[in-house]
Design a protein around this ligand. Structure first.
Ligand SMILES: [Zn+2]
Length: 408
């Protein structure tokens, strides 16, 4: 059974009215009484009406077997690497922001304390001067510091030279000395804070400090997401929330059965059941996307990873199935262009490898490959025959890595 208390409050929303969902018995209700049942296998059905299943259970079972055989490991390893780097970067940025905030607070407190001190000790003119100085730029401050130092040196020289000193001059020098002492103190404190910064609020050995949420949109039977979660599990110090949604109930049923610790939902990508900014990483692997929804659900500094076939993906299968003129080659330019209209394409990585595919795996591979669905019986037989020779098949993927576009 899905444990809803493990999901942050407000993360799951009603896909119809976007209202908050409350758990009652084995169902989730919104305030408009839209109701979504939690199935006994541990997934949520977020569809009010079941669509006609486009892909059957067989396709997802095939894909699960192909995944188990390690055919996609090259791809999921790379995805794990990108995700880990990104989560580390996000974590570091958050820590830095927190540390900056603490530093600001510290400085504010010290400034208040110092102002209080000045009001007690310093005359009116000096206070005004300090206020003006604070309003000035840092550069101006440095320049002024230099000026003050020179003034002090000049005064020291003057003092050495003069036996008799005017009382006003003595007073001026005292002020300059006090001011210098304060500046020294401030610099020392900043230096100390800078040194303390990397370890602020952290226990040693901790990797990701915060809860990390990953969504696989169009997850099918969940093989890719579970492979990625296994990879990341050892490296997260915080909590890892993994969610997978797919329009296919057959796929989600398999996913929930094999991976009980994750949040699985039958859902329409056009109406995702998650609140704005819920996810640090959104995956979309060899599956249609809904970029408006991805944008909505992605955290401000989150990352989208879309995997599309490279030009040589399963080229041996394509060659066997189609004549060279028709569908023999594949171009992903349009897909990349569409992605760029919705996200800032920060990186694009290719993962390409060749595997010796045994007959049993080849049958599964063909079963899960859309190219094969239009194949004639004769074509399929010839492809199956390839298996007897254990053909080498090319796996070629392109990972599009995107961030939210900000209009500056
Ligand atoms: Zn609702």
């Amino acid at each position: 059974m899905l444990k809803y208390h493990t999901i942050p409050e407000g993360m799951v929303i009603c896909p119809v009215c976007a209202g908050a969902l409350r758990l009652q018995g084995n169902s989730l209700f919104c305030s408009s009484r839209h109701c979504f049942d939690i199935a006994k296998q541990g997934y949520v059905n977020f569809l009010l009406q079941a669509p006609k299943e486009k892909y059957g259970k067989r396709l997802f079972q095939s894909r699960a077997r192909v995944s188990q055989a390690g055919v996609f490991r090259g791809l999921t390893d790379r995805l794990g690497e990108i995700a880990r780097n990104e989560l580390e970067r996000q974590d570091l940025e958050q820590r830095e922001r927190r540390s900056q905030e603490l530093k600001k607070q510290g400085l504010r407190q010290r400034e208040m304390w110092r102002q209080g001190l000045q009001q007690q000790r310093l005359p009116e003119g000096e206070l005004q001067q300090r206020e003006l100085r604070q309003q000035g730029l840092h550069q101006g401050e440095l320049w002024q510091q230099g000026l003050q130092q020179r003034e002090l040196q000049r005064q020291e020289l003057q003092q050495q030279g003069l036996q008799q000193q005017a009382p006003e001059q003595q007073e001026l020098q005292n002020k300059a000395t006090r001011r210098q002492a304060l500046q020294r103190e401030e610099l020392q404190e900043l230096e100390q804070q800078k040194m303390a910064q990397p370890s602020l609020g952290l226990s040693s050995g901790e990797s990701f400090h915060n809860t990390v949420a990953i969504l696989d949109a169009g997850c099918g039977e969940g093989s890719h997401l579970s492979a990625l979660v296994r990879q990341l599990a050892g490296t997260t110090g915080g909590r890892l929330i993994a969610a997978g949604i797919d329009i296919s109930k057959a796929g989600i049923q398999l996913a929930a059965r094999a991976n009980p610790g994750m949040l699985w939902g039958v859902a329409d990508l056009a109406k995702c059941p998650f609140a704005n900014g819920s996810f640090d990483i959104i995956l979309n692997l060899l599956s249609p996307a809904n970029y408006l929804e991805f944008n909505r659900m992605l955290a401000d500094d989150g990352l989208v990873m879309k995997v599309i076939p490279g030009t040589e993906y399963l080229q041996e299968v394509r060659r066997a199935m189609h004549s060279k003129t028709e569908r023999g080659t594949y171009s992903n330019e349009r897909t990349i262009e569409l992605f760029r209209r919705h996200f800032e394409l920060v990186d694009m990585q290719q993962v390409k490898y060749q595997l010796l595919i045994e007959q049993k795996e080849l049958a599964d591979l063909l079963q899960m490959t859309p190219l094969a669905w239009r194949a004639t019986e004769e074509q399929l037989r010839s492809l199956q025959a390839m298996g007897e020779k254990a053909p080498v098949i090319t796996f070629d993927f392109v990972i599009l890595i995107g961030k939210k576009i900000y209009i500056r």
